[in-house]
Design a protein around this ligand. Sequence first.
Ligand SMILES: NC(=O)c1ccc[n+]([C@@H]2O[C@H](COP(=O)([O-])OP(=O)(O)OC[C@H]3O[C@@H](n4cnc5c(N)ncnc54)[C@H](O)[C@@H]3O)[C@@H](O)[C@H]2O)c1
Length: 443
Amino acid sequence: MNRRTFLKSTTAGSLFTIVPATVLVKPGRTAPSDKLNIAIVGVGGRGRSNLDGVKSENIVAMCDVDQRQASKSFLEYPDATKYTDFRDMLDKEHKNVDAVVVSTPDHTHAPAVMAALQLKKHVYCEKPLAHSIFEVRKITQAAREAGVATQMGNQGHSSEHIRLMCEWIWDGAIGEVTEIFAWSDRPSGGFAFPVAMPRPKETPEIPKGLLWDLWLGPAQWRPYHPAYVPAMWRGWVDFGTGALGDMGCHILDPSFWALKLGAPEWVEANTTHYEEKVERETYPVASIIRYQFPERDGMPPLKLTWFDGGLLPPRPEDFEEGRALGGNGEIIVGSKGKMIHGSHGASGVRLFPEEKMQAYERPEKTIPRVKDHHTDWINACKGGPAASSNFDYGGPMTEMVLLGVLAARVKNRRLYWDADNLSITNDKDANELVNPPYREGWS
Ligand SMILES: NC(=O)c1ccc[n+]([C@@H]2O[C@H](COP(=O)([O-])OP(=O)(O)OC[C@H]3O[C@@H](n4cnc5c(N)ncnc54)[C@H](O)[C@@H]3O)[C@@H](O)[C@H]2O)c1
């Protein structure tokens, strides 16, 4: 029996008096003993994993614009009401819904999340939090105003390793940090996606079951092509955020947390495109993106350099022979030592060379541990502590990532960033990319 059925049956005249748990919590909020009623936006691809992550709760409504992608999840939840337009779903279901999970492509995160926040629903949204820096800032503010529980889908943030890394850095294990190297095998490696191609000229028929106009959402209209859906949208600037946008919220998360990176002073990218003329449509084949961070909370200024598309940072001189950097990760350089880790929450974090790791006396664990990323959010929705990658954390981190993504689009230009005013102060063209226009009908 879910919370609402229970309340209905008790108010319908049952004589025994059990105080429903909901009266003990704030009106409109869910008690820990009750289940949340959750609506899901985007149930194929990553949406399936997120659905699995919240299956302990009541899945009351589901929305997807592509029946081919959605059918498996739709069949698994016969009792959930099915929709194709999240605006329609929220209009009809909002009285019955406590929380919303958004796993659509990057360019439709913001409209769906904002619609949910305006109705004061708790929100879990995939990384990166949104497609443009402006959207991220607006969502972060709206979440704060709504006072709801939020979580960005950088699940590594709930890991043990990211906590160890923070504790070791705060313990002074590698001294003062002034330089970070980060790298990703995207777009060509790992979960590869195409870049450096011109916009397709053919206009194949829209497959049955796909609502193309709704898939486009706020992006400018263009004809359907399989070069975009599913998942391949990552390489196209109108929909995705390229290699850095895809992986940055996983790979840079540990240093963003441990070193309180916040907003950079400037960012600059050198990139490779096969052809100059296609560079406005897709992200680069490979990039080196440099960030400069100012002094923060007593920590010295710091340089962060990101490599992707098969480029790697210089191999550290004290790296043991035969030791590999791996496909994705960071090297953190301090005044007293160095650290290396992989993607998704500092996986495999180690001091190096290995003898330094062996000799290191680990400090006491001080950061609270969480069961997993989805449970962390569910608990927050039920009045527990804020989830660890809530939008006040995930928002500023995504802004930092998206600033690098923006720099890769204009390339070879140092962009000075005024975070308070959400503005690139020295480059008018680049500044326009902070808040690109929506298609008519979307806002
Ligand atoms: N956290 C992770 O490890 C992880 C892994 C993969 C993807 N992601 C993120 O998840 C999101 C989705 O990526 P994906 O690879 O699953 O993409 P995808 O294209 O494979 O799947 C997206 C799903 O959303 C549906 N959809 C698209 N537009 C929609 C709309 N307007 N309303 C409702 N449904 C819509 C699609 O039909 C599809 O079912 C992206 O933001 C991506 O960055 C995160």
